[in-house]
Ligand binder design. Structure first.
Ligand SMILES: CC(C)(COP(=O)(O)OP(=O)(O)OC[C@H]1O[C@@H](n2cnc3c(N)ncnc32)[C@H](O)[C@@H]1OP(=O)(O)O)[C@@H](O)C(=O)NCCC(=O)NCCS
Length: 161
């Protein structure tokens, strides 16, 4: 059974390593090369945002970071919104609904905290993740799209909660 909770310091290293594998072993391969140091630094996410982990029999199988508006990790969130970033599932555990469970945990948290909506942005080529977001009820928020590099657009999505 998969449990989702706030990550513990002893797990930060495993979470960082798993996140790097999830992104670099996904379809995009080298597309995420520049992102590797940030993905690996789970301790920084825990310090400056809120780091959640999915564990299965004490094994780290997934992670997501909760981000508030106006903080170090904010990309698209505005007042009254909860953003999530760096969603990752261990490649060997993919396809079992852990990604969906992690996003659902974010939505549940947003509801508990009384935010108006949950927001995120995702690379245009990360189609699997986009399908997951749409399935859960997220809709495009094109006004908040932005370019992380000249030819790499990040698509914004939002869900009213
Ligand atoms: C996107 C990601 C988090 C999804 O995690 P997941 O636990 O595989 O997600 P789920 O199991 O809930 O759903 C994945 C979908 O892929 C399907 N799938 C089946 N086998 C799969 C496999 N071996 N690997 C991946 N997906 C598989 C699932 O059935 C589901 O399909 P559907 O959308 O048609 O229903 C994960 O693939 C990942 O870490 N990707 C790399 C990082 C990334 O892109 N993050 C998001 C950027 S914002």
């Amino acid at each position: 059974m998969t449990t989702i909770r706030v990550a513990r310091p002893a797990e930060y290293e495993a979470i960082g390593a798993m996140a790097v594998r999830a992104y670099t072993e996904s379809g995009s391969q080298s597309a995420y090369a520049d992102y590797v140091p940030a993905l690996r630094d789970a301790a920084d996410r825990a310090a400056k945002a809120e780091l959640l982990v999915a564990v299965d029999n004490d094994e780290v199988v997934g992670t997501v970071t909760l981000v508030r508006p106006g903080t170090a990790y904010t990309e698209v969130a505005q007042a009254g919104e909860l953003e999530f970033r760096m969603l990752a599932v261990a490649p060997e555990a993919a396809g079992n609904g852990i990604g969906q469970q992690l996003v659902q945990a974010v939505i549940d948290r947003g509801r508990q905290e009384g935010v108006q909506r949950v927001v995120l942005c995702v690379r245009e080529d990360a189609t699997l993740a986009q399908r997951l977001y749409r399935r859960l009820g997220f809709e495009r928020l094109p006004d908040r799209d932005w370019y992380i590099a000249q030819d790499v657009r990040l698509l914004a999505f939002a869900m009213d909660v």
